[in-house]
Design a protein. Structure first.
Length: 634
C-alpha cells in the first residue's frame, strides 16, 4: 500500500473515533486503548499509520488540535468558581509546577540514571496533568464541586504553563549559558503576557459578536468560533512563539463565561471536535513509539512513575494546600489524582523531534518515558478514582430534591410552590432569557440542555429524588424523563404530556416507567401561555371528604369539564409536598395549590366547592427549601 499524509490522517481519525466508542462500551478510559491501538497500527507492528509521511506538518497539525482542545477546556471553567478556589489553583500552577519539575527530575536521576540535562527535560514535561483525562473522569465519579473546580482548572491552566516551561527549558538546554537562563525567564513572561492579552481580547470579540445574531448568523456560530479560536492561537504564536496555548485557554474562558444564545451548541460542537482530535493525536503520536525504547526504560521507568504518584504528587498537595479550607479528605484525593494527557504527549513528541534534529541523544527514551507516565497514571489513578471518592465520602451532594426541566412560567410557578412546601428545587433550561427570569425570582437554575449528560450532572441528578419535565415539547419531556430513569436511576420521574398533540401517547409514557404530570394529558402549551401572560393565579384548597368524588386530575366523566379550569400543581400531605401524577388519589385533609385560569375563576371555585374541596387561608411559605433527604417528592 502506498502511504500518503492524507491516508495517515484519515486512518488516524477513523481509528481514533472507533477506539473511543469501544472504550465507552468497555467503560475504561479511552486514552489507554488509544495509545495501544496507535502503537499497534504504527510502523512497529501493522504499519497502517505512518506519521513520518506528515513530516514537519505533524507538529503544525498537533498545534492546531491542542489549541481546540484547550479552548474547549477553557470554556468549561466557571469564573466565579475559579475565584473561590483561586488560592489553591494559583499555588498549583506556580509552586506545584516547580515541585513537580524538581521531583520528576530527581526521580529520573535516581531510578533511570539519566544525565542531568535529560532528567530536567523530563521533570518539566510531567508538570502538566490534562483536561482530556481529568474532565471525563470527573464527569464519571461526581466528586464534590470544590475539588472538581481545582482539578479542572489545574488540568487546563497547568497544561499551558507546563508546556511553556518545558519549551523554555529545552531552549536553554540546547544553548546552555548563564545568559540563556535570564533570557529564557524573560521570554517565558513575555509568552504568558502576550498569550493572555491575545486570548482576552480575542475571546471578548468572539463573545461580543456571538451575542449579535445580525452579525453572526446562529447557524454559523460554531464554525465562526472555531475559526476565530485558531486565528487567535496562530496570531499569538506569530507574535511570540509558543504563546498560543495561553491565548487559546484565555479566549475559551472568556467565551464560556459570557452567556449567548449559541453557547450551548458551541459547547456541544467543541466537545465533539475535542473527542475527534484527541483520538487522532493519540493515535498519531503513539504510532511513533518503538518497542525497544519502551523496553529501554525498564524497571527504572516504573519506579520513576511510582515516585511521581506516591511521593511527588502528595508533596505538591501538602505544600500548596496549607492554610486553605480543604480538609484531609479533599487533600488525599487531590494527592491521588494527577493523570497526564495529550499535551504531555504532544510536547514529548516535539522534544524528541527537536533533539534528533539537533543531533543530541535522549529524545526517543524521553518520549517513551512520558507515554509510560500517561498510561500508568491513567490506569492506576483513573480507574479506581470512583471507589476512592466513595471511601473518602467526597461524592457531590445533590443540589436539589427535585430537578425541573424547563424554566418557563409554569415551571417557575411549580418550583416556587414546591419550595414553599419544603422541597428543594433546581430548574434546567437552555434559554438564557428564561434562566435570567428564574434567577431574578430567586430560583436556582442551571443553564444548558437537559438532554446533555454533563448538564444533568452539574445539576446534581445523581442524588436528586425526582425529576419533572415540563417544557412545551412533550417529546423532549419524555426523552429527558427516560434519560433520567435509564442513565441515572432517578426514583420518581414525571413528564408533562399535551393532549392536543399525538406525538406521545399515554401508553408510551407509562411503558417508559414515567409518571404523567398533573395526572393526565393536559393542554400544556395553553397553560404555559396563560402563565406567561399572567392570566392565571394560584389558590390553595383542602380536601373535606373521602373517596374519588371530585377528582381534580381531569379523569373520568368530569375530565373534559375540568381540563381547562385548573391544574393541580402541588399537593401538601402530612407536611410533605409533591406533584400530582396518575397514581395519586385525593385523601381527607390533602391540601392542593391549584393554578386557576383567571377568566374562569368563579366556575372553578363552584366546581371545587361542590366536589369536596374547601378554600384554605394563606399560609406562610417555608423559610428555606429543605435539604435533600428531608422531604420526599411523590
Amino acid at each position: 500500500m502506498h502511504h500518503t499524509a492524507a491516508l495517515t490522517i484519515a486512518l488516524a481519525l477513523a481509528s481514533g473515533v472507533v477506539t473511543q466508542a469501544v472504550a465507552f462500551h468497555m467503560r475504561i478510559p479511552s486514552i489507554v486503548l488509544l495509545l495501544g491501538v496507535g502503537f499497534l497500527l504504527g510502523p512497529e507492528f501493522v504499519g497502517l499509520i505512518r506519521p513520518e509521511t506528515l513530516g514537519s506538518s505533524l507538529m503544525t497539525l498537533v498545534g492546531f488540535a491542542v489549541a481546540v482542545i484547550l479552548f474547549e477546556g477553557g470554556m468549561n471553567l466557571n469564573w466565579s468558581r475559579l475565584r473561590r478556589e483561586q488560592v489553591l489553583i494559583r499555588r498549583l500552577v506556580t509552586w506545584g509546577g516547580l515541585v513537580t519539575a524538581v521531583g520528576g527530575a530527581a526521580s529520573a536521576l535516581v531510578f533511570l540514571r539519566w544525565d542531568l540535562r535529560t532528567s530536567i527535560l523530563f521533570g518539566t514535561l510531567v508538570i502538566v496533568t490534562g483536561p482530556t483525562v481529568i474532565t471525563p473522569l470527573l464527569r464519571r465519579i461526581q466528586v464534590s464541586q470544590s475539588v472538581r473546580t481545582v482539578l479542572e482548572a489545574e488540568g487546563v491552566i497547568v497544561d499551558a504553563m507546563g508546556a511553556l516551561i518545558a519549551v523554555v527549558t529545552l531552549e536553554i538546554v540546547l544553548n546552555p549559558s548563564g545568559r540563556s537562563l535570564a533570557v529564557g525567564l524573560a521570554i517565558l513572561a513575555m509568552r504568558v503576557g502576550v498569550g493572555l492579552a491575545m486570548g482576552l481580547a480575542g475571546g471578548g470579540i468572539i463573545a461580543l459578536l456571538l451575542r449579535r445574531e445580525r452579525i453572526v448568523p446562529q447557524r454559523m456560530g460554531n464554525i465562526f468560533s472555531l475559526a476565530m479560536a485558531l486565528a487567535i492561537f496562530q496570531t499569538s504564536n506569530t507574535l511570540i512563539s509558543e504563546s498560543g496555548l495561553v491565548a487559546a485557554i484565555a479566549a475559551g474562558i472568556v467565551v464560556g463565561n459570557v452567556r449567548t444564545h449559541a453557547l450551548r451548541e458551541l459547547r456541544e460542537f467543541k466537545e465533539q471536535l475535542t473527542m475527534m482530535f484527541i483520538g487522532m493525536l493519540f493515535i498519531l503520536l503513539s504510532a511513533n513509539l518503538r518497542w525497544a525504547d519502551i523496553l529501554g526504560v525498564g524497571w527504572g521507568g516504573l519506579a520513576t512513575v511510582a515516585a511521581l504518584m506516591a511521593i511527588v504528587r502528595p508533596v505538591v498537595i501538602l505544600v500548596c494546600s496549607r492554610g486553605t479550607e480543604f480538609g484531609w479528605r479533599e487533600r488525599m484525593f487531590l494527592a491521588w489524582l494527577a493523570p497526564r494527557g495529550i499535551v504531555a504527549a504532544a510536547v514529548a513528541a516535539m522534544f524528541a523531534q527537536t533533539l534528533d534534529e539537533a543531533g543530541m541523544p535522549g529524545g526517543a527514551p524521553l518520549r517513551a518515558m512520558v507515554f509510560l507516565v500517561i498510561v500508568t497514571t491513567v490506569v492506576v489513578q483513573g480507574l479506581p478514582a470512583g471507589l476512592i471518592v466513595r471511601l473518602l465520602g467526597l461524592r457531590q451532594q445533590g443540589t436539589a430534591g427535585c430537578l425541573i426541566v424547563g424554566a418557563n412560567a409554569l415551571a417557575r410557578m411549580l418550583a416556587r410552590h414546591l419550595g414553599s412546601s419544603g422541597v428543594a428545587t433546581l430548574l434546567i433550561d437552555a434559554d438564557p432569557d428564561v434562566c435570567q427570569l428564574a434567577e431574578r425570582e430567586g430560583l436556582r437554575v442551571v443553564y444548558g440542555s437537559a438532554l446533555e449528560e454533563r448538564t444533568l450532572r452539574r445539576a446534581g441528578i445523581d442524588s436528586a429524588h425526582s425529576l419533572v419535565a415540563i417544557t412545551k415539547n412533550e417529546g423532549v419531556n419524555l426523552l429527558c424523563a427516560r434519560k433520567a430513569i435509564e442513565d441515572f436511576r432517578v426514583r420518581r420521574v414525571y413528564a408533562g404530556a399535551d393532549r392536543r398533540r399525538i406525538g406521545v401517547s399515554a401508553n408510551a409514557v407509562s411503558e417508559a416507567g414515567v409518571r404523567t404530570l398533573f395526572g393526565t394529558h393536559r393542554d400544556l402549551r395553553t397553560w404555559i401561555g396563560l402563565c406567561e401572560r399572567g392570566d392565571v393565579h394560584v389558590e390553595r384548597w383542602k380536601r373535606t371528604i373521602r373517596g374519588l368524588v371530585g377528582d381534580p386530575r381531569g379523569e373520568g366523566d368530569a375530565g373534559d369539564k375540568t381540563m381547562n379550569l385548573f391544574l393541580p400543581l402541588v399537593v401538601l400531605r402530612s407536611r410533605r409536598g409533591f406533584v400530582v401524577d396518575e397514581r395519586w388519589s385525593p385523601r381527607l385533609r390533602d391540601e392542593i395549590w391549584f393554578v386557576v385560569a383567571s377568566e374562569r375563576a368563579a366556575e372553578t371555585r363552584a366546581w371545587l366547592s361542590s366536589n369536596g374541596w374547601a378554600p384554605c387561608e394563606d399560609t406562610a411559605p417555608a423559610s428555606k427549601p429543605a435539604e435533600v433527604g428531608e422531604v420526599e417528592v411523590g
